[in-house]
Write a protein that binds this ligand. Structure first.
Ligand code: ATP
Length: 257
C-alpha cells in the first residue's frame, strides 16, 4: 500500500500543562501531529485533559513545558451567538472586526450560511433557531472568519440523536468542501469513528496520546454501524478507553487508600 504523505499543520511536542502552581498535572509529555486538512477526533476518559489540550492548540493558554508549532490560525469554536444579531449579522461579526468592506462581508456571510444548510435563514435571530441551527451559524461564523483549523469541544453533546446525526453530516460536508483541518473532542465512540479519519485516544490524566487509530474504511456511509469494520474500530477504541478508565480507578483507589 502506498503511504500518503502528510503535511504537518500543528506539531505538539512533549507538552506538559500543570495547574495549582505545578501541584497538579493535566497533561504530561504529550506528543501529537495534526495533519493539514485532516479530520482528527480525540477521545479519552473524563478529566484526562482533552479541553486543556484544545485550549493550548487554540492559543488560549500556554504549555508549562514543551512546544506547540503551527497553530496561528486556530480559533476555538465558540457556540455563543449574539442574541441581538441576526444569523447573517452574527456571521458578519468576525469580518467586521477584520474591517472587511460591507458588500464583501454580506456576500461571504450568505455564502457560509448556505454552506451549512441555512440559506434563507439569514434574517432570523438566535431565539428563532433550533439548537442545531444555532450551532451551524457558529460554524459558518468560524469558517467565514477564514480559520484554517476548526476546534470543536463536544459540539453535539446536548442534541438529540437525529439532530446530532444531521449536524455530523453537515460538518463532514463542510470539511470536504473547504478542506479545513478539524479537531473534534467527543465522548462518543461512534461519533469519533464516523467522523474522524484518525481517532486519538488519550490516557487517563495526566493525559498523553495512548494510541492513534487510523480509520481507513468509509465510516461515512449511510449506516456504518451495520458494517463489521465499523464495529471492529468501535471495539478497538472502546477497549483502549476501558483500559484507561480502569487505570484511573486504580489511581483513585490508591489515593484514597
Ligand atoms: N484552570 C484550571 N485550574 C485547575 N485545574 C484545572 C484547570 N483546568 C482544568 N483543570 C483540571 O485538569 C484536568 C483536565 O481537565 P479537562 O477539562 O482538560 O479534562 P477533559 O478531558 O476535557 O474532561 P471531560 O472529559 O470531563 O470534559 C481536570 O482534572 C481539571 O479539573
Amino acid at each position: 500500500m502506498i503511504q500518503a504523505r502528510h503535511t504537518i499543520k500543528i506539531s505538539i511536542r512533549n507538552v506538559t500543562k500543570t495547574f495549582q502552581a505545578g501541584a497538579f498535572a493535566a497533561l504530561s509529555g504529550l506528543d501529537l501531529d495534526i495533519h493539514e486538512g485532516e479530520f482528527l477526533a480525540i477521545v479519552g476518559p473524563s478529566g484526562c485533559g482533552k479541553s486543556t489540550l484544545l485550549d493550548l492548540i487554540a492559543g488560549l493558554s500556554t504549555p508549562t513545558s514543551g512546544e506547540i508549532d503551527g497553530a496561528p490560525g486556530a480559533d476555538f469554536q465558540q457556540y455563543a451567538l449574539f442574541p441581538w444579531r441576526t444569523a447573517q449579522a452574527n456571521v458578519e461579526f468576525g469580518l467586521e472586526v477584520r474591517a472587511v468592506p460591507g458588500g464583501e462581508r454580506a456576500r461571504r456571510a450568505r455564502e457560509h450560511l448556505a454552506l451549512v444548510g441555512l440559506g434563507g435563514c439569514e434574517g432570523r435571530y438566535p431565539y428563532e433557531l433550533s439548537d442545531g441551527m444555532r450551532l451551524r451559524v457558529a460554524i459558518a461564523r468560524s469558517l467565514a472568519f477564514d480559520q484554517d483549523v476548526l476546534l470543536m469541544d463536544e459540539p453535539f453533546a446536548a442534541l438529540d440523536a437525529r439532530t446530532r446525526r444531521s449536524l455530523q453530516d453537515d460538518l463532514l460536508r463542510v470539511w470536504r468542501h473547504t478542506g479545513k483541518t478539524v479537531v473534534l473532542v467527543t465522548h462518543g465512540i461512534d461519533e469519533a469513528v464516523r467522523l474522524g479519519q484518525r481517532v486519538a485516544v488519550m490516557t487517563s490524566g495526566p493525559g498523553r496520546i495512548k494510541e492513534i487509530v487510523d480509520v481507513t474504511f468509509d465510516a461515512r456511509a449511510s449506516d456504518p454501524r451495520a458494517d463489521p469494520a465499523f464495529r471492529e474500530y468501535r471495539h478497538r477504541i472502546w477497549s483502549l478507553l476501558r483500559d484507561e478508565t480502569a487505570a484511573r480507578e486504580r489511581k483513585v483507589a490508591i489515593a484514597h487508600g
